[in-house]
Structures are given as C-alpha cells and as structure tokens.
Design a protein around this ligand. Structure first.
Ligand code: SF4
Ligand code: SF4
Length: 530
C-alpha cells in the first residue's frame, strides 16, 4: 500500500491549492552506487572537496552553455511560471514552483559568479554551497521532469529543464548521482539496451511476436534482427520488446513495414532508443550512447533510420543526432564515422524519421488501407509527450508533432476527442514520470505530478465518453500504466498509437515477398554476380 494520499481532483483545476511548504522535501531518489557512477566516468561517491569541485563544474558549464548563464541572470520574478508545473499543482510545495526550483541553483550561482553575490550575498539571496543546499538540490532537481512546460509561459523563455540538467550534471561530477538513470546507462553501454536484454533473448522474443502476428493475420510478418543490407534500421525503446501496451505498438510498426513492402531490421547492438544521458545533462555520455546507433547503422549498411514511439529518444534523435552521429545535416567534420554515415544514408528521405511520420506519409500516399470499425469500441484521446511537443518537431510543417500523430489516429479510428486545449500540444502536461523520474523510489511524486493530466483525462472520460488513452512515448506509457489505477482509471484504457494502427490496418499480404527479402543485400548481390 502506498504511504501517501493520491491528490483529489480539484473543482477548478487551473487554481492551485494552498501552499504546503516542504511538502515533498522528504522525496529523493536512491543514490547511485560507486560502480554505477564509475562506469559513466564519475567519482564513485561524494568526493572530499565536493563544494569546490561543484563550483568549478558550475563555472565550466556556464562557460560551455551560454544559455545557462542567460537563464540564471534574466528572471524578473514576474510569477508567470509559478503555477504551471504539474509537480507544484500536485504537491503544493512552493519549491516545486519553476522559479523557486531555478532559485535553488541561481542562489549559488549568484554567490560565486556575480559581483553583488560575492560582496552583498544577503541582499541578492546568494547562498554558499553547503551540504544542506546539496541535499535540497538532490531532492528538488529530481522533482522536475525537464518537461519545459514552464518555459512556454515565461516571457523570457527561461528553460528550467536546462537548469535542472546542469544541477544533475554538477551532482554527478562530485559523486552524488542518481541510481535509476546511471545504473540504466551502464546497462545500455555494456549490453545495448536499458533492460540488459542480450541479443539471443531479443531474437527469440521477436520471433515469437512474428508468429503471433502470423497466427492473427495468416501472413508471414517478421520482426527482423541484424539483417545486413536492409533499407531501414528501426531504433525503438526496449520497452517495446517486453511491456504492454508497448509490444502492441511494436507489432503495429511491423505490420506497417510489411504492408509498405520495405526491408527493415532491428539491431541487437543498438537495441535501445532511450538515451537517459539527456536527463543527467551529460553530453559526453549522450554521445557514447548515440554512437552505438551510428555504428550499428554503418555495420548493417542501412539507408534510413526510423525511431519508434519514445519521447525523449525522439528529442535526442531530432535535435542532437546530427552532431553526435552524422544522422541528418551537420555531421562533425572531424568524425570519420559520422561522415561515412552521412554519405551512406539516403538524402531524399528525412534522417532521422519518426515512425508516425513514416506511417503518416504512407497514409497520405494512399498506400495503407484501414478498417476503422476495428476500433469502433474505442473513443480515443491523445497525450502529447513533452519531449515531442516542446523539444522537437515532426515532418516539415510547423506543429507537425501535433498534427501527424492525430492524423494517424484519426485515419484508423472513427471516434477521436482532444482533451482541454490548455493541457495538450505545446501546453501539454507531463505524465509525471519523465526526465529520469520513472522509478519506484519516486512513486509519490510521480502519482502527485500526474494530477493535471489525470484531471484533463477525467473530463473527457466523463463528458465525452473517452475510454482509450493513446501515447507515443515509452516513459509516458510506463508511467500511465502505474498511475492510472491510483486515479481509478482502468489500466487497459492505455494504448500505443501504433497499436491502433495495427488493429485497423487491412493486411493484404501483397508486399509479403519484398518485405521478407532484405533489399540490395551486398553479400547476396555479390554472390549472384559471381
Ligand atoms: S517539471 Fe516541467 S514545468 Fe516543472 S519545473 Fe521542471 S520543466 Fe518546469
Ligand atoms: S516566468 Fe520566467 S521571468 Fe517570470 S518568474 Fe518564471 S522564470 Fe522568472
């Protein structure tokens, strides 16, 4: 049983509850063990002179990321952001107001990096770096899902997510990292995915799903692994391999690829789209993880990389892969492998491409047929995930990240309803579990932070008969699977967007041969020529 109370739905959700100072001061995630830290290049535990090192690291980040200094200098305390954070709304703790969260770091920045803070600290609210401050940072910077909703309402565009990433990077650097993110990153770097699922187990799992689809459709739809010469490499979150409703989404992608008649493959070496390095603010670790994908793409000789349903992975792919890996324009001229990959990938298709974009494109071209009545038992609503909504785009049109997933859903469902406009698209509320918070040791903040999303969902359930919640993010899905019951919603109302696609897709089998054969397989071609 949970030892906390699930927040009550509010009569007027836009109005915050009464302030409860320090309501969630007791919430902190487990600290990373020495081996989790060291495998990422951080000190195993809090170093002796950590205060000094923390300030040095802050100076380093201020020099590297100009935006960070601008964010710390430019807040005018206008108050626009104060009630915009789901964690503040769900906990009433004033330190969960975005501006107050920023001030936890800003106060230390002022003390060591501004004239006024050095000489008149009390006048400008500057604080020394102390153990009390570190503990406060550790607690409240792990009560921020880096969702960026507050920045939409800030007249100066101050991005609390960047401040929270910087704080976490400083903490890692002095040996005070978070267990959940760092342990997972270690597994990813050694085994290839967050789960630590080895290649043979993955191959057996994929074979089983192929058989399941065949039993269902009578068609030999396969989920290929490590096929050299395939046109498309699918990079998808490892949750798609083992958890519901993620698996149904994976089967939906497989059906789409089959119907499209394209050759595709997954990679056992790069069997993970997630890149938690972004959550801990570590660009160098983000590069190490992304390079696995670059190397897999080079090894398999693919022409295109498509990313499955994962919010932050899409942000990393869309916004960072070009400089990290050479996928997209702007490859590092000194990175030989990135240059090779850029030449190898087809310049006539989006690199990278989101799976929703791929499916949407086929729908636009009339290449997929749907029997929408297969989803007639559903009235669907869609949750925009933060990293897709506010940190990346999809397709070529402005706002494509909002339009494309909705058009895909509407192409395969007759009944679709949006939630309150103040809670979707660029104003979407976080699911409550993003940004490295999807761990059981933070369940209380996850449940409380889900309040605004659950309130908007309840409205369309009660007023518009919604019984299905679709998402395109592995973290959102995993979070909702846990928190829906806390708010008395049935877990089975949650679906992957490509589950809806897969359920309504009319499988003709006309492309079956092409889909099963890797196209332009270099070795096969060479053998034929001989
Ligand atoms: S969780 Fe989102 S809204 Fe809250 S402070 Fe962090 S970035 Fe802002
Ligand atoms: S909205 Fe921006 S400027 Fe106003 S208090 Fe919040 S962070 Fe500061």
């Amino acid at each position: 049983m949970a030892d906390f109370e699930t927040p009550k739905f509010r009569e007027y959700p836009a109005v915050p509850n009464k302030l409860v100072p320090d309501a969630t001061a007791h919430l902190s995630p487990f600290i990373a063990k020495p081996n989790h830290q060291e495998q990422l290049g951080f000190p195993g535990e809090l170093v002796d002179n950590w205060e000094e090192k923390a300030i040095d690291k802050m100076g380093d980040l201020l020099g590297k990321y100009r935006g960070l200094r601008v964010y710390l200098d430019s807040c005018v305390k206008c108050g626009s952001c104060t009630d915009k954070c789901h964690y503040f709304q769900g906990t009433s703790d004033p330190k969960n107001m975005p501006v107050a969260r920023q001030d936890l770091l800003r106060s230390v920045y002022r003390r060591y990096f501004t004239f006024a803070g050095k000489y008149f600290p009390k006048l400008v609210g500057a604080r020394d770096m102390t153990r009390e401050v570190l503990d406060e940072w550790y607690s409240y910077f792990h009560q921020c899902s880096q969702c960026r909703r507050c920045s939409v309402f800030c007249p100066y565009g101050i991005d609390t997510a960047e401040i929270s990433m910087a704080a976490r990077e400083i903490m890692d650097h002095v040996g005070h990292g978070q267990k959940y993110c760092n342990e997972i990153l270690g597994k990813l770097q050694t085994i290839g995915n967050n789960l630590g699922l080895p290649g043979p187990a993955l191959a057996a799992t994929l074979e089983e799903y192929g058989e399941e689809i065949e039993d269902d459709t009578g068609l030999p739809v396969r989920l290929p692994l490590d096929v050299k010469g395939a046109d498309i490499l699918l990079i998808t979150p490892s949750a798609d391999f083992f958890a519901e409703p993620h698996i149904d989404g994976l089967m939906g992608y497989a059906k789409v690829f089959h119907e499209a008649g394209v050759s595709w493959t997954l990679s056992s070496y790069a069997s993970e789209a997630a890149n938690f390095s972004m959550f801990i603010g570590s660009y160098s670790n983000m590069k190490v993880v992304a390079e696995r994908i670059r190397d897999a793409a080079l090894e398999l000789g693919v022409k295109q990389i498509i990313v499955g349903e994962c919010g932050h992975a899409w942000r990393v792919a869309y916004s960072f892969w070009n400089t990290l890996t050479g996928v997209g324009a702007g490859a590092d001229p000194n990175d030989e492998y990135a240059q090779r990959l850029q030449k190898q990938l087809d310049p006539n298709v989006p690199q990278p491409m989101h799976i929703c974009e791929f499916t949407h494109d086929l729908i636009q071209k009339g290449k997929l047929r749907f029997d929408k009545s297969a989803n007639d038992h559903r009235t669907v609503t869609f949750h925009d995930s933060c990293n897709v909504a506010r940190a990346s785009r999809m397709g070529t049109m402005p706002g494509g990240q909002f339009v494309i997933p909705r058009e895909v859903i509407k192409a395969c469902c007759n009944n679709y309803v949006d939630m309150d406009p103040d809670t979707i698209k660029e104003k979407t509320y976080c699911c409550g579990g993003g940004g490295g918070l999807l761990t059981d040791d933070l369940m209380e903040i996850r449940v409380k932070g889900a309040l605004p999303r659950m309130e908007a969902l309840k409205e369309v359930v009660d007023e518009r008969g919604v019984n299905t919640l679709a998402a395109i993010c592995a973290i959102c899905k995993a979070q909702f699977a846990k928190v829906l019951p806390y708010y008395n919603f049935p877990m089975h109302m949650l679906v992957s967007t490509h589950q809806l696609v897969g359920e309504a897709l009319v499988m003709t089998g006309s492309n079956q041969e092409k889909a099963l054969q890797p196209q332009d397989e270099p070795e096969a071609e060479a053998a034929e020529q001989e």
